[in-house]
Design a binder for this molecule. Structure first.
Ligand SMILES: CC(C)(COP(=O)(O)OP(=O)(O)OC[C@H]1O[C@@H](n2cnc3c(N)ncnc32)[C@H](O)[C@@H]1OP(=O)(O)O)[C@@H](O)C(=O)NCCC(=O)NCCS
Length: 172
């Protein structure tokens, strides 16, 4: 008999826990980051837990979405994101690499090889994708879940795997 109120309470708690995911809060977070980014177009939406490090090094076009727990990590080099780009939950985009050429020196003392990352218009980046420094992703491409992108990607490519390889072109 006490189970029904408990179930209702659980449903209520579940509904509340989903609240940060609804549009207004995504827009609020998008607005917040919009004030800090180098450039930000209209309608930027940011999911709960998403993080943008050094936002002054990030440009985002219009109608872009940064999913829950996705991270943008530019260090010294920019991350430039075009229009209508979807970045799914958990994706990580990082423009920094440690230098490691010298064997006699700790990696931590060798400085960095930072390179910019460019993501062109209408790209969909899947769940948990990692995009590494120096990569340009061509317009209209899709990066499948869990891929690690280490090289430039031609426009309208569907990529997957570690390292990311061409699955097919979108028009094939
Ligand atoms: C890549 C993706 C878009 C599917 O593309 P698709 O062209 O329809 O691919 P298919 O399902 O026809 O699979 C084609 C081949 O790619 C492989 N493949 C599909 N997704 C893959 C992925 N993420 N990583 C590696 N390989 C993948 C399939 O196993 C298949 O291989 P096979 O030819 O050896 O059998 C989809 O699999 C994907 O990863 N979507 C992302 C989902 C996501 O992150 N959602 C977040 C919500 S925003």
């Amino acid at each position: 008999m006490a189970i029904k109120p408990l179930k209702t309470l659980c449903r209520l708690l579940q509904a509340i826990s989903n609240l940060p995911r609804i549009e207004p809060s995504q827009r609020l977070r998008g607005y917040y980051y919009g004030q800090l980014l180098a450039n930000c177009g209209k309608n930027f939406r940011v999911g709960v837990g998403a993080r943008i490090r050094n936002p002054a090094l990030v440009s985002v076009g219009s109608n872009c979405y940064l999913g829950e727990d996705a991270h943008l990590y530019p260090w010294n080099e920019k991350i430039v994101i075009g229009n209508n780009v979807l970045i799914a939950a958990g994706a990580k985009i990082i423009s920094r690499n440690h230098a490691f050429e010298k064997l006699g020196l700790p990696i931590s003392s060798q400085g960095y090889n930072n390179q910019p990352i460019i993501i062109d218009d209408d790209v969909w980046i899947g769940f948990n994708v990692v995009i590494l420094a120096g990569v340009t992703i061509g317009r209209g491409s899709i990066i499948g879940a869990n891929a690690v992108v280490t090289k430039n990607i031609e426009p309208y490519s569907i990529m997957g795997g570690v390292p990311a390889r061409l699955i097919r072109k979108r028009n094939e």
